[in-house]
Design a binder for this molecule. Structure first.
Ligand code: RP5
Length: 164
């Protein structure tokens, strides 16, 4: 199975990124975690992106806060799908990172999830790998069904509570 690369701009992003790590573990998807900053270690970020495909990665998650150009910088150096997590690490509550990550010019896509949306970033990476992996696709389907059952149970309880 292809690996997922998780890159964060700073070790201070780890509490957010943990949501992605836990989700990938839950699905048994192999991954690597690195701290590469687009501005503090631009050479290392570039080297990772340039060699990611040949190293067996199938998708890359890039998490960064403030003027967050990490996901875009990674995308500039690979044709692998890149998923950006805008991290809420500033006085602007992550809006700065959201806009910096989502507003990529045409030709250089970054699939941007919600501010601190690490679980969805991992699920999107898993969905990308599941395009050619039936077992993974089955796990995703099972999780959707479990989520549906949970909501239906909540609905039954609420309806009983309000007698409607
Ligand atoms: C960004 O700046 C990082 O991704 C982090 O979210 C933010 C703050 O970094 P530190 O100053 O905590 O290293 O580059």
């Amino acid at each position: 199975m292809k690996k997922v690369g998780i890159i964060m701009g700073s070790a201070s992003d780890l509490p957010v990124v943990t949501g992605a790590i836990d989700t990938l573990k839950q699905y048994g998807v192999p991954f690597e975690v690195h701290v590469y900053s687009a501005h503090r270690t631009p050479d290392e970020s570039r080297d990772f992106a340039c060699s990611a495909r040949e190293k067996g990665f199938g998708a890359i998650i890039a998490a960064a806060g403030k003027a967050a150009h990490l996901a875009g910088a990674i995308a500039a150096n690979t044709t692998l799908p890149v998923i950006g997590i805008p991290v809420k690490s500033s006085t602007l509550d992550g809006l700065d990172a959201l806009l910096s990550t989502v507003q990529m010019p045409s030709g250089m896509p970054v699939a941007t999830v919600a501010i601190d949306g690490a679980v969805n970033a991992a699920l999107l990476a898993i969905e990308i790998l599941a395009v050619s992996d039936e077992e993974l696709e089955q796990k995703l389907g099972d999780a959707r069904n479990a989520g549906k059952a949970k909501v239906l149970k909540s609905n039954a309880e609420i309806e009983a509570q309000f007698n409607n």
